[in-house]
Write a protein that binds this ligand. Structure first.
Ligand code: HEC
Ligand code: HEC
Ligand code: HEC
Ligand code: HEC
Ligand code: HEC
Ligand code: HEC
Ligand code: HEC
Length: 418
């Protein structure tokens, strides 16, 4: 599990002279689409992907709103738009110590991380791929032949600054951590896996679909696209999976693939597709209801399935989430979804008394699904103090301490101390 322990050192910044100001969006995406709308990217099942951007022509509104979600943005080509850290002079340097520093630079040839030892450049690698939409942070990868390696400097959102990449030492600058298919399996739609060379996994650089895109949840869809292009009058979707029509277990598996913590894979990464039984591909490694499973790589599936809400209804993830839309932090909207089952006036409505300032329907979440500190992921600042990440628990229930804190927050807001 040490692989996922995220220790981010506090960032120090110095002023450096920056002379390059050309904004260039550089694409390292090498696959080109053929005229028939097919991508040439084939899933191990033999089904072909249509590829990024193909759904827009017929599902424009879903495509537009999905493009803004953390799923769509969880991986992509490194550009000034996708990389959230600053390339501005004075903010583009990460200092490890008085001899070692890395600077982030935009050049006409693309974006780079350059390593300096005692003022002399010793290495320089491109920011080819971004991992993370940046709600908590981002990390960056570069291609070397057909292997992906992690760059030494990452981005930490809450301090809006560059930081040491998880797992890299802080007393030397290395570019040698290769990225496994397992890591990308949760942060992209598809990469075709090649041979493992000297312990490093390789990929076919022409068969890559970044972002958790439509076809990750609906399956490879080239056949659906070509069918509907040829039959514009057909109004029933053909050769495509709508998860709403699957069994509850199949629906949940489609999310549990990436939201049940780290699982033990016994089949190659990327071989599961929607509709399959996930237990034929991997098994869970963590107990479902332990606080230790709260993690930036959290186990929403395990926690939710332990909740009374889940056990005593036919709920699945879509009971609360519309994955086509970015709904981050919209707590009143989520609360309305709770009230689909817990109606005001009904016998299973909340027992908490309302008072001026406390309107239950505005926020069921902070009392019953509070954000709790992760026990696995924390920030370590230079003084060796650590600050945990907070993650929403999916064990829906009664949290006395959080209720008390929430009520205190409301009452001090309404009746501030003199
Ligand atoms: C040439 C037009 C066209 C393209 C391109 C297209 N679709 Fe569709 N799709 C349709 C039509 C028509 C329907 C049936 C009407 C509806 O549900 O919107 C449909 C329905 C669907 C459904 C619902 C199926 C059901 O049984 O309820 C899904 C899911 C879907 N499409 C996904 C996709 C994805 C993912 C892509 C991109 C890879 C895509 N579509 C590209 C035309 C298209
Ligand atoms: C089992 C699936 C899974 C694996 C494997 C996995 N991740 Fe994640 N990762 C997630 C999920 C899910 C989230 C979002 C969690 C949340 O918000 O609760 C996430 C969050 C992140 C974030 C923060 C994203 C943001 O927007 O704040 C980064 C960066 C990240 N992962 C990098 C990695 C790297 C690098 C690897 C491989 C070493 C990896 N992950 C492996 C599922 C996974
Ligand atoms: C994270 C998984 C996920 C992603 C990514 C995703 N979908 Fe869906 N999609 C679903 C689920 C789950 C449902 C069924 C929702 C329900 O139960 O009502 C669905 C339903 C649909 C439907 C059926 C009609 C409707 O509006 O619900 C269409 C069409 C569709 N998706 C198209 C797309 C397209 C196009 C994209 C990409 C732009 C996309 N989806 C991305 C999970 C996903
Ligand atoms: C291929 C892996 C994968 C699958 C499948 C997947 N997710 Fe995610 N999901 C992620 C990752 C990775 C993130 C974090 C993205 C980031 O911020 O970089 C995430 C983030 C989320 C978030 C947080 C969004 C926000 O606005 O804060 C929700 C909610 C979510 N997923 C729900 C679902 C549901 C529901 C399903 C099933 C229909 C699903 N996911 C399927 C990988 C996946
Ligand atoms: C699909 C229906 C459904 C949805 C949606 C739903 N619940 Fe429930 N919930 C239930 C059922 C059924 C029970 C158990 C029996 C009862 O109390 O009525 C329950 C129980 C609970 C309990 C008691 C838990 C315990 O361990 O005693 C709480 C608290 C709760 N729900 C809060 C919520 C909140 C908050 C939301 C929204 C985030 C929510 N529920 C969404 C169906 C649902
Ligand atoms: C009872 C309602 C409910 C159900 C069911 C539910 N969620 Fe959530 N989920 C929420 C709420 C509320 C949030 C907090 C949203 C926010 O603050 O942006 C959330 C947040 C998340 C996040 C972001 C977590 C974070 O703190 O970064 C992920 C990932 C997620 N849900 C995945 C899932 C998955 C996967 C399922 C199905 C196994 C699921 N959820 C089922 C209500 C629900
Ligand atoms: C200020 C915090 C707070 C808010 C906001 C809140 N609740 Fe509660 N809820 C409580 C407390 C406290 C209890 C009683 C717990 C106990 O019985 O020990 C409770 C009990 C419940 C129960 C169990 C009822 C039973 O029959 O035992 C449900 C279900 C529930 N709440 C749902 C909701 C829903 C849905 C919302 C939003 C509309 C909501 N709550 C908003 C604090 C809150």
């Amino acid at each position: 599990m040490s692989l996922l322990k995220i220790n981010i050192r506090s960032t120090q910044v110095i002023i450096t002279a920056c002379f390059i100001a050309l904004l260039m969006l550089v694409s390292t995406c090498e696959f080109t689409k053929s005229d028939d709308g097919l991508s040439g990217i084939v899933h191990p099942s033999g089904e072909e992907f249509a590829g990024t951007g193909t759904c827009d022509q017929c599902h424009q509104s879903i495509a537009d709103s999905h493009a803004l979600t953390p799923h769509a943005r969880t991986s992509g080509v490194g550009t000034l738009e996708t990389v959230l850290g600053s390339f501005d002079s004075g903010k583009n340097t990460f200092i490890l110590n008085d001899r070692l520093k890395v600077s982030m630079e935009k050049t006409p040839d693309g974006l780079f991380q350059r390593a300096f030892v005692a003022g002399k450049e010793v290495d320089r690698k491109p920011i080819d791929i971004v991992i993370g939409s940046g709600r908590q942070g981002q990390t960056y990868l570069f291609w070397q032949e057909n292997t992906l390696f992690q760059l030494p400097v990452s981005y930490h959102a809450s301090s809006d600054s560059w930081s040491n990449s998880p797992g890299y030492p802080t007393d030397q600058i290395l570019f040698n951590r290769s990225i496994s298919a397992r890591c990308l399996e949760c942060h992209s739609t598809y990469l075709k896996i090649g041979k493992t060379i000297d312990g490093h996994e390789t990929f076919d650089r022409k068969q890559v679909i970044l972002g958790v895109d439509c076809e990750r949840c609906h399956g490879p869809a080239a056949k659906h696209v070509t069918f509907h292009q040829k039959n514009p009058g057909e109004d029933k979707g053909q050769y495509i999976t709508n998860p709403a029509q699957l069994t509850r277990k199949q629906k949940l598996d489609n999310c549990a693939l990436c939201h049940s913590g780290i699982r033990n894979n016994f089949m190659p990464s990327f071989s599961y597709k929607v509709g399959d039984d996930l237990d034929d591909f991997s098994l869970p490694t963590q107990p479902a209801d332990s606080g230790a499973t709260l993690d930036v790589h959290g186990n929403q599936y395990g926690l939710l399935t332990s909740s009374k809400c889940f056990r005593m209804s036919t709920m699945d993830c879509s009971s609360c989430h519309n994955v086509h839309t970015r709904e981050t932090s919209k707590l009143e909207l989520f609360s309305a979804r709770c009230m689909n089952c817990h109606k005001r006036g009904g016998d299973n409505f909340c027992k908490q008394r309302e008072f001026p300032g406390l309107v239950l329907s505005k926020n069921c979440i902070d009392c019953h699904m509070p954000a709790l500190p992760s026990r696995q992921v924390f920030l370590r600042s230079s003084g060796n103090r650590s600050t945990p990440f907070f993650v929403r628990t999916h064990l829906v229930g009664n949290y006395e301490r959080q209720v008390k804190l929430f009520i205190e927050k409301i009452t001090t807001k309404n009746f501030p101390a003199k």
